[in-house]
Write a protein that binds this ligand. Structure first.
Ligand SMILES: [Zn+2]
Length: 83
């Protein structure tokens, strides 16, 4: 794994800031989930893709009892819109 030359200091809570250009490159935004694992001496961060539990759509998701459901599936299930 090649060094990017972008060293980051870990704060007292163990946090680092992911460089904006890397977040942009991987389309990672505010509120996105990332999976963290260790491979040998490396941390591996991977964006968790979120999908509707019924149809797999990634757009227009809302949470219903900890599950993500897209707007068309909400409509089909006649759930209250919550708007
Ligand atoms: Zn759906």
């Amino acid at each position: 794994m090649a060094s990017s030359g972008m060293a980051r200091k870990i704060d007292s809570l163990g946090r680092i800031v992911l460089p904006a250009e890397m977040r942009k490159q991987l389309d990672i935004g505010v509120g996105d989930l990332v999976d963290i694992s260790v491979e040998g001496r490396h941390f591996v961060l991977e964006k968790v893709e979120q999908h509707c539990v019924f149809c797999g759509a990634a757009e227009g998701l809302r949470e219903h009892q900890t599950k993500l459901i897209c707007a068309p599936c909400v409509k089909e299930l006649s759930l209250p819109s919550g708007d």
